[in-house]
Ligand binder design. Structure first.
Ligand SMILES: [Zn+2]
Ligand SMILES: [Zn+2]
Length: 157
């Protein structure tokens, strides 16, 4: 298994965090996490399978899903419902409610941790009698870069 030098340090750190949370980082879990860190963009389980298979023929979509479930459960990866994909967490050192801003045009995803939004969600749940178990907020739109390019590309009539 090849781990690129630029994310090997991070992978080792994440393995420690994982162990502290009672999880065991297997070779395949580490490989899945490595790809997510390397690409820095959300990937589907099938994309991951295609990337991993040349290095490890035993990889199947089902085994990738099992790895992803584990990584999500241990707070190292987030699941994006909007795009049915997975992304490495930006601040895995602590558990957090997360908000994602997803660009419809280029697919860029920005992870934010706004405590006011998390608190507002908690209050809303409480007011309507819901005990929340999933606090992720996904917001979609056009990112700053795409917005600028759009404006530049459109000639003024
Ligand atoms: Zn996160
Ligand atoms: Zn964009």
């Amino acid at each position: 298994m090849t781990i690129t030098p630029d994310n090997a340090g991070t992978l080792d750190e994440l393995e420690v965090i994982c162990r502290q949370r009672g999880g065991r980082m297997t070779r395949q879990r580490r490989a899945v996490l490595g790809k997510l860190l390397q690409t820095k963009r959300p990937l589907s389980a099938y994309e991951l399978r295609d990337m991993l298979q040349p290095e490890d023929a035993s990889v199947t979509p089902a085994s990738v899903y099992r790895c992803l479930d584990f990584l999500v459960e241990h707070g190292l990866v987030h699941r994006l419902e909007t795009t049915r994909s997975f992304i490495a967490c930006d601040h895995p050192d602590h558990p957090h409610a997360v908000q994602f801003l997803i660009c419809r045009q280029c697919g860029t995803v920005v992870e934010a941790e706004d405590k006011r939004i998390a608190a507002a969600a908690e209050r809303l749940g409480h007011r309507l009698g819901f005990a929340l178990d999933q606090r992720t907020v996904e917001l979609t739109g056009i990112c700053a870069t795409c917005k600028t390019e759009d404006t530049a590309a459109t000639p003024c009539v």
